[in-house]
Design a protein around this ligand. Structure first.
Ligand SMILES: NC(=O)c1ccc[n+]([C@@H]2O[C@H](COP(=O)([O-])OP(=O)(O)OC[C@H]3O[C@@H](n4cnc5c(N)ncnc54)[C@H](O)[C@@H]3O)[C@@H](O)[C@H]2O)c1
Ligand SMILES: [Zn+2]
Ligand SMILES: [Zn+2]
Length: 394
């Protein structure tokens, strides 16, 4: 089959690789019909290079048609239409039973001290072959695979694998409801969808980013927007000015250690990328990319007693946190990888309404063949060509 493979920092290549086969009784094989490109894939593109092996098949946002099922997969049949969660979770351990599927104790990666395995996401997360490919082996398909109805186009359902549950969890963790105010940092796919979900729940939403097309997209859904570059040092003042001088009830950080646009971070990545893995792996774990720009503005802009909900991915351990500010402002922090299966049934119910309330069918800005992946990664990273969300149709 053809698949998108990681070959080195900033080098993705579409290659012929062996077709996946059933390995466990709980596996299924699917033929992938639509598969997303995510901001998280950009971390693999460069900063997480020390944890990648040339030839790794990437991608974690697939959906498709069941081709084959293992002996103990009794909830799926050949021909079923399914969306596959980005986290690989067993469904029966303590964590899965408590709605913490991204911490699944069966697929945790103890060697690296990390949580549940993820599809197509480096040695840190199990080195599971990913879903930007024509076919995919789905581990724990008996629990993970989300069956969706035939009929509507793939784009109605494909974001159930990651964008929707991640944004949903971000809004739940932000603890906001009708009439509350929410600042969303980042208008990439995750920030954009978080804003849509919050607006749908009657929350007053402000979205901040530096990419004008991304801001106008969320503005057209009813959010008010701030360009962080234009606001500069006055950013938090601007947020307070719009919220009775107080700051928003909650902030969602949908930026994370976003690995581009900061000269310092780029320099670190260049150096780390050239070191042998034995040296660079601990360096990346400890030093990470250590860029807390977005997070610091979250702490500034949230009101006293408010909540900061972090869905952007962070790494590193050397950044000092502003403990005095956190304590003095009496802030609450929630974060983590999305527990996809915890939210997917609720979201699917919303997606099955006739009206496309979250605008998922027009959410992707680009539908591309798999062969375009190498240039799509580069363009998505550089935010070229109005690119917000790319889906590949293998
Ligand atoms: N928690 C999870 O389960 C989960 C799932 C998917 C993605 N993620 C993470 O969410 C983050 C966003 O993903 P995405 O797909 O939307 O990626 P993205 O890279 O397209 O979006 C990030 C956006 O943040 C903007 N930005 C950069 N610096 C900013 C700043 N200081 N203030 C405001 N905006 C700023 C960028 O211009 C960009 O539009 C990534 O870190 C990704 O890894 C987490
Ligand atoms: Zn993703
Ligand atoms: Zn589990």
């Amino acid at each position: 089959m053809r698949a998108v493979t990681w070959q080195g920092p900033k080098q993705m290549r579409v290659e012929e690789v062996p077709d996946p086969v059933l390995k466990e009784a709980t596996d299924a094989i699917i033929r992938v019909t639509t598969t997303g490109l995510c901001g998280s894939d950009l971390h693999l593109y460069e900063p997480l290079s020390p944890f990648m092996t040339p030839g790794d098949v990437v991608g974690h946002e697939p959906m498709g048609i069941v081709e084959e099922v293992g002996a103990s997969v009794d909830n799926l049949a050949v021909g079923d239409r399914v969306v596959i969660p980005f986290n690989v979770s067993c469904g029966s351990c303590w964590m899965c039973e408590h709605g913490l599927q991204s911490q699944c104790e069966t697929t945790q990666n103890k060697e690296h001290g990390t949580g549940a395995s993820l599809l197509g996401y480096s040695k840190l997360y199990g080195q599971v072959p990913g879903g930007q490919a024509e076919y995919l082996r789905v581990p724990f398909a008996n629990y993970g695979a989300i069956k969706v109805p035939q009929g509507p186009p793939d784009d109605r359902f494909v974001f159930l694998s990651d964008v929707l549950p991640t944004a949903w969890q971000a809004v739940v963790y932000a603890g906001v409801g009708p009439g509350d105010t929410l600042l969303v940092l980042g208008a990439g796919p995750i920030g954009d969808m978080s804003a849509r979900i919050a607006l749908h729940r009657g929350v007053e939403v402000i979205v901040a980013d530096r990419v004008p097309e991304r801001l106008s997209r969320v503005a057209s859904r009813g959010a008010s927007v701030i360009n962080v570059d234009e606001a500069g040092k006055e950013f938090a003042d601007e947020v307070r000015a719009r919220t009775g001088g107080r700051g928003t009830d909650a902030v969602i950080d949908a930026v994370g250690m976003e690995a581009h646009g900061s000269p310092m971070v780029e320099a670190v990545h260049k150096v780390v990328g050239k070191l042998p893995d034995a040296i660079s792996q601990p360096l990346m774990k400890k030093a990470g990319t250590d860029r807390l720009a977005a997070l610091s503005s979250a702490f500034e802009a949230v009101r006293r007693g408010g909540t900061v909900s972090i869905s952007g991915v962070y790494g590193g351990a050397v950044d000092p946190l502003p403990m005095m500010q956190l304590f003095d402002k009496q802030l609450q922090l929630r974060m983590g990888q999305a527990n996809v299966r915890r939210w997917s049934d609720d979201i699917l119910a919303l997606l099955q309404q006739d009206e496309d309330v979250l605008g998922v069918e027009s959410f992707a800005t680009h539908h591309l063949p798999l062969d375009d992946a190498p240039s799509a990664y580069a363009d998505f990273r550089d935010k070229k060509d109005g690119m917000v969300k790319v889906v590949f149709n293998p």
